[in-house]
Design a protein around this ligand. Structure first.
Ligand code: ATP
Ligand code: MG
Length: 595
């Protein structure tokens, strides 16, 4: 490896996008750009110092919903590459459609990207921008296109407009308004902006090529009338730019060098280049213009990521909100207990390719375990409690009501110290750890069997009491003397199984929330799949009332821990109270373990 080549980013994922950036830096493609300290047109940047950012990338969400795991991919890619190359990554609200956008989403997006650990401050400037800041310029550029015979107001409407576009096998039909004089289009366009016409009455179209095999080049609409208040601009505008027109302009004004888009935008690239080439030619935007490159989106099995579908899950009460722990939104994943580091690790590990990738949910869970395993505190807890009575307590421990025990906070981190709890004659164990009819793989408690109570003693089960319906009411066992963990000779009695427990005398009552996939099928989002709602699992959320060891009393919200043998948990960031603990299970300890 050539360490002297400063354009080389660390090896890793997204190699083809890295290679693109490296090649452009090597050629000095963007070295001549100027940066006036804020986005703007060619005149704004003229005479300013050279852009201190070697590359400028951006993450451009539309504030019409909450960010999800797919966005985390795009965020990781753009902020990560900008960081690797010593550049800047802008956070841009792509707010060109007033009917669906909201300030509350803007605020949530800012919070989520920050929480993920990224920062849009670079070279002393906060690079948080809004597409709507450029509406003035976009209208001016549209007028320039009209003046140059490259845009016209088309008064065809709705279905007629769509039909005239043709389709893959069939060229489009030029509109009767295509050759109208520029002054006429200009007058109509200004009327559109001023609200003189109702929604849908006319559109401004770029004049490109109605016979192009690329449908996006068949005179795409670039402005449409929307009598709707914009969350930032109010009623200042009555016509709004379309995505295909606005996006390249936003990139150009912000000095973006590489505009990374998901594959479905590939057919927009020709218009992106067409538009910016013209705006450069007439001196409206700085040269060289940014360029678009596509990568395959991230699809996670068992979840849907379309904002429309996520919104339906919330609106139709299939989940309890955008931050429901089963939601693949950033706030849902956070509430479930996924850490920002785990999500960053996950999207980094999935790489970027030119193809769409379906990633197994297990990969996300493994990223969490890899993040939490090295330092997360351990505790014992019982999800579904069953009483275990130690019938020979007095014979073994005499008059003492309890027997102290200790355990490491983390088995490989002695620096984290120890936790203390105690045995007593009545303990809680998990119902799953007892069986009246054990098969040969069952190594936990059953009549006549011996197990070690973890960090405690070996016990031998003598029987159980059953309710009239046959359900096990409680279990009895005898302590095997001389087997207390950590005492001399304790290891001499061998047992096959270990059971975790909590002393009934000191148990902390806990509400445990367990989750399964919202969707049973791996690809509920597939286009050929029937209505995604039909794939919903009926029992994806379960609440159990159980107990935990005393070290879990008065835990703050959003604390992670491993319940030994059961999984990774987090105290719920919304409903947990130190005196009324609520814990979410994030994932089991191993793939395929009980859910
Ligand atoms: P939706 O279709 O759910 O509305 P979107 O892609 O339209 O999602 P935007 O807010 O427009 O949502 O997306 C912001 C950025 O995130 C875009 O650059 C988009 O390409 C990217 N993005 C969205 N989903 C994914 C995904 N699953 N994988 C990678 N990038 C994604
Ligand atoms: Mg979108």
């Amino acid at each position: 490896m050539n360490h002297g080549d400063e354009t080389r980013a660390p090896a890793g994922t997204a190699s083809f996008l890295r290679a693109r950036i490296e090649a452009d830096l090597r050629e000095g493609l963007y070295a001549g750009r100027r940066w006036a300290g804020s986005p703007g047109d060619a005149a704004h940047h003229r005479g300013a110092p050279p852009d201190p950012a070697r590359v400028r990338l951006r993450f451009p969400p539309e504030p019409n919903g909450h960010l999800h795991i797919g966005h985390a991919k795009s965020i990781g890619l753009n902020f990560g590459l900008a960081q690797a190359f010593g550049g800047a990554c802008h956070l841009r609200m792509d707010d060109t459609n007033p009917t669906k956008e909201d300030q509350a989403y803007v605020d949530a997006i800012v919070e989520d990207v920050r929480w993920l650990g990224w920062d849009w401050r670079a070279f002393g400037v906060e690079h948080l921008y809004h597409a709507s800041d450029h509406f003035e310029f976009m209208a001016r550029a549209a007028e320039a296109l009209i003046a140059d015979g490259l845009a016209y107001v088309d008064e065809q409407q709705g279905e007629a407009l769509r039909a005239a576009r043709g389709d893959f096998g069939q060229p489009g039909t030029p509109s009767v308004w295509r050759d109208r004089p520029a002054v006429e289009s200009l007058a109509r366009f200004r009327e559109m902006l001023d609200g003189a016409h109702p929604d849908g009455a006319m559109v401004l179209r770029a004049l490109v090529d109605m016979a192009s095999p690329n449908l996006q080049m068949r005179d795409p609409p670039i402005y449409r009338i929307r009598h709707a208040a914009h969350h930032r601009m109010g009623t200042r505008w009555r016509a709004y730019p379309t995505y295909i027109y606005a996006h390249p302009i936003e990139d150009a004004l912000e000095n973006i060098t590489h505009s990374f888009a998901t594959l479905e935008f590939a057919e927009h690239r020709a218009f992106y280049d067409w538009l910016l080439a013209h705006l450069v030619r007439v001196g409206l935007v700085q040269a060289p213009p940014p360029r678009q490159f596509e990568f395959g989106r991230l699809n996670l099995e068992h979840v849907v990521t379309s904002k429309r579908k996520l919104k339906a899950l919330v609106d139709e009460s299939h989940v309890q909100g955008w931050d429901d722990p089963r939601m693949p939104t950033i706030r849902g994943l956070r509430r479930r207990g996924y850490t920002a580091a785990a999500l960053r690790r996950f999207v980094e590990a999935t790489g970027a390719s030119r193809h769409e990738a379906w990633v197994p949910y297990a990969a996300l869970e493994q990223a969490l375990r890899d993040d939490l395993e090295p330092s997360t505190p351990r505790a014992m807890g019982v999800l579904d409690p069953l009483m275990l009575e130690l019938t020979n307590w007095r014979e073994v421990f005499g008059q003492a009501d309890t027997e102290p025990c200790t355990a490491p906070v983390h088995p490989r981190r002695p620096d984290l110290g120890e936790r203390s709890f105690s045995l007593g004659p009545r303990l809680w164990i998990d119902r799953q750890d007892f069986s009246l009819a054990p098969d040969k793989h069952f190594h936990r408690l059953a009549p006549g069997r011996r197990v070690r109570l973890k960090y405690g003693v070996i016990v031998e089960c003598t029987g159980c009491r059953q309710a009239s319906d046959g359900a096990v009411a409680d279990v009895q066992a005898r302590i095997v003397p001389g087997t207390k963990s950590g005492t001399p000779g304790a290891g001499e009695v061998k047992v096959k199984g270990t059971v975790t427990w909590v002393g009934a005398h000191e148990a902390v009552a806990v509400e445990w929330r367990l989750f399964d996939h919202l969707f049973a099928s791996a690809r509920p989002d597939d286009s050929d799949c029937i209505d995604f709602r039909s794939q919903l699992q009926p029992q994806s959320r379960r609440v159990l009332r159980g107990y935990a060891e005393p070290s879990m009393a008065r835990v703050a919200a959003e604390q992670h821990l491993q319940i030994e043998r059961v999984g990774y948990f987090v105290s719920d960031r919304v409903e947990h109270r130190p005196d009324a603990p609520v814990f979410n299970r994030i994932t089991a300890l191993r793939e395929g373990a009980q859910r």
